[in-house]
Each structure stands twice: as C-alpha cells, then as structure tokens.
Write a protein that binds this ligand. Structure first.
Ligand SMILES: Cc1cc2nc3c(=O)[nH]c(=O)nc-3n(C[C@H](O)[C@H](O)[C@H](O)COP(=O)(O)OP(=O)(O)OC[C@H]3O[C@@H](n4cnc5c(N)ncnc54)[C@H](O)[C@@H]3O)c2cc1C
Length: 336
C-alpha cells in the first residue's frame, strides 16, 4: 500500500449553509478510526455561504481540519460538481479513508467518485473498525436481505470509502478550546461544470402518510405498465389506504422512490397490507412482514408472498382488483 495515503476524512453535509446532524455522527465514527490509525481527522464540505459557527463547531466536536469548498453552484447538491470537488480533494490530500452518510446525497455522490478514483466502496455500513495487523478498514453491513452481517475489506485500493447509516451512531459532542485548521476555498471554475441544472424543489408529501397509514396497498411488477398504477390507486382510494410499490415498480419509474417498501425503501407495519402482483422477495418482505394482516393477489400459486399472507387470492389481478373495487363501492353504498 502506498505510504502517501493518510488521514481519515468525513464528508460533512450542509443544507442552506447549516451543517447537518449526520456530519456529527460521522465525526464519532471518524474519531474512533483516526484514533486507531493515529492519524488526523479531516472534514470536507461543499456549499455556499456555510455558517462559520457551524464550521467552528466541527472542530469543537473533534475534527482537526475542515476544508470548505464554496461556490454559488454548490449551494444545492448536484452530483457532477460535488464529485469534481471531492476528487480534487482526494488527489491533493490522499485520504486513506472517506466516510459519508448513507443519505441520498452520500449514496449518490460516493459511488460516482469511487468509480473515478478506482476505490472500493461499501454502502450502508452499520459497523466500522480497523484491522489491527494491516490497518485496513473493516466495513460491516447487513447482506442477503439482512440475514447475515458481512465484513468487507478493500485492501488493494485507497481511499477506502464507506457510507454509514444515519442514526446508527451518537453525535460527537463539542468540547471547548479545541483547535484545528480551517480552509475556506472558492471552488475552481473547472469543477463547477455539469450537465444537470437545478430548477426547483418540490416536496413529496406522500411519504409521510405511507408509514403512518393503517392500510397500505402495494403495486408490484405484475401490474405490467405505468398506466395500471391507476387501477391499484383506485383500490387504495376505495379502502382509504396509502399506495406503495415494490422496487421493481419504483425502478421502472411507475411510482416515485418515497413509495418503495422493503429493505432499501420504507419499513411499514400497517393493520392491513394488500400486495397486488407482488412476488414477495426477501427484500420486499423485510419492509412489510410485520403488517398485522397480509393479503396477496397473485396469479402464481407458488409465489413467495403466499408464505407470509393471511389471505391469498390466486388469480389475475386485472380481474380480481376491479371486482374488489366494485364490491367495496357497492358495500359502501349499502352501508349509507
Ligand atoms: C440489495 C437489494 C435491495 C432490494 N430492496 C428492495 C426493496 O426495498 N423493496 C422491494 O420491493 N424489492 C427490493 N429488491 C428487489 C427484489 O429482489 C425484487 O426484485 C422485487 O421485490 C420484485 O418486485 P415485484 O414483486 O414487484 O416483481 P416480481 O418479482 O417480478 O413479481 C411480480 C409478480 O406479479 C405476479 N403477476 C404477474 N402478472 C400478474 C397478474 N396479471 N395478476 C396477478 N399477479 C401477476 C407474478 O406471478 C409475480 O409473482 C431489492 C433487491 C436487492 C438485491
């Protein structure tokens, strides 16, 4: 391993110029690793008009050096300029370890940079340690649908890059009198080029209702095309339910990511779950198997979902769902 690589770095995140909590969680992780390696802990942050007090606070919480790279174009996260800035920090400072949050920013930026610098990346770590003999970073994360904990090493490349699950670490507390180095740099023009323009921000309000909903209807790939989301939505409306989707449905763009239920989406525990054309993969089950009552509609009698379902309807969803909607609507009329 090249001797040039040294130091543990974290990627601090800012929003509207304020340093975010995940950065303070990463300091806790970073300090432990830097202590074991006997190297300094540095933080990089990209943005514009970042609060000086928040930068000072990073030092107070345990960072030895903060490199803040700023430009109006960096105020909001865009992967190309952020990646260019991170890459130039890697070239200049040659970190041996870089930690970022497994937030949407960290999960987008880190793989983009890792591929450019030929580094290994372990996403979504729950445990990090240093291997005593080699000094390699031991990166532990749940694998195979959460059934095992895998410890991953990237011995042949530097930096070793990992993202850390938010809220898996206590925040580092500030201490008075800590001193450190602060570099506030204007981003070089060359790093600011990108093909993506940020036009606007529109909050998706649907994600709040999904995790609180008592009834959730989930669309799976069995619905076959985007237009058929309307059919599942109609069933959800008839039940006063929230609408979710499997990853296959989200990856195809039929529903947005906040709707995704499962290992890499949301975990829900409603009173009633209805899966429509959902196969019941282990990753999907990880997000919904604690539902009180599970109903599955699937044309394949051997579908995995039937193993966890309380009620299974084996049939074509394009026949079953309209029939259910009709029944629910007439039922309501009778009830009035
Ligand atoms: C690391 C990792 C993380 C993942 N995270 C998630 C996650 O968070 N959430 C998630 O959902 N998945 C996740 N996945 C993906 C997962 O492995 C499956 O690919 C996915 O859940 C399958 O989605 P599906 O059930 O919609 O599609 P499929 O598995 O294709 O199932 C479609 C089902 O529809 C049925 N069907 C077809 N036509 C009809 C019809 N006309 N009427 C009735 N039934 C019909 C079929 O019999 C089939 O069972 C993850 C995978 C990996 C590797």
């Amino acid at each position: 391993m090249s001797m040039q690589h040294t130091g543990v770095w974290i990627l601090a995140e800012q929003k509207a110029g304020r340093i975010q909590r995940i950065s303070h969680e990463l300091i806790t992780r970073g300090l432990e690793l830097a202590g074991k390696r006997n190297v300094p802990l540095s933080a990089m942050v990209f943005g514009y008009g970042i609060e000086q007090a928040d930068i000072d606070d990073l030092i107070a919480r345990g960072v030895d050096r903060v490199v803040a790279v700023e430009a109006p174009e960096l105020a909001h996260f865009l992967v190309e300029p952020y990646a260019a800035c991170m890459t130039s920090i890697i070239e200049q400072y040659r970190p041996e370890i870089i930690l970022a949050g497994a937030t949407s920013l960290g999960r987008t930026l880190m793989p983009y940079v890792a591929i450019r610098v030929f580094a290994g990346l372990t996403a979504d770590c729950t445990g990090l340690d240093i291997e005593p003999d080699t000094g390699n970073l031991l990166q532990t994360r749940p694998a195979i649908g959460g059934n095992i904990l895998a410890t991953i090493k990237t011995p042949n490349h530097r930096p070793q890059m990992a993202t850390v699950r938010p809220h898996s670490t206590p925040v580092a507390q500030p201490q008075s009198g800590r001193k450190g180095e602060i570099l506030r740099l204007a981003a070089p023009q060359a790093t600011l080029k990108g093909r993506v323009i940020r036009k606007d921000f529109v909050a998706d309000t649907s994600e709040h209702t999904l995790q609180d909903a008592e009834i959730v209807v989930v669309a799976g790939r069995g619905i076959k095309k985007a237009e058929n989301v309307a059919l599942v939505q109609e069933l959800a409306n008839a039940l006063g339910a929230a609408l979710g989707g499997t990853r296959d449905v989200v990856d195809r763009g039929w529903l947005s990511y906040p709707h995704q239920i499962g290992l890499s989406g949301k975990t829900i525990s409603p009173k009633l779950y209805i899966g429509v054309g959902v196969s019941g993969s282990i990753q999907h089950l990880a997000g919904m198997q604690t539902a009180k009552t599970i109903v599955a509609i699937n044309k394949d009698p051997d579908a995995q979902i039937f193993r966890v379902a309380d009620y299974g309807i084996v049939g074509d969803l394009f026949e079953v769902v309209p029939a259910l909607i009709k029944k629910l609507k007439t039922g309501q009329t009778h009830g009035k």
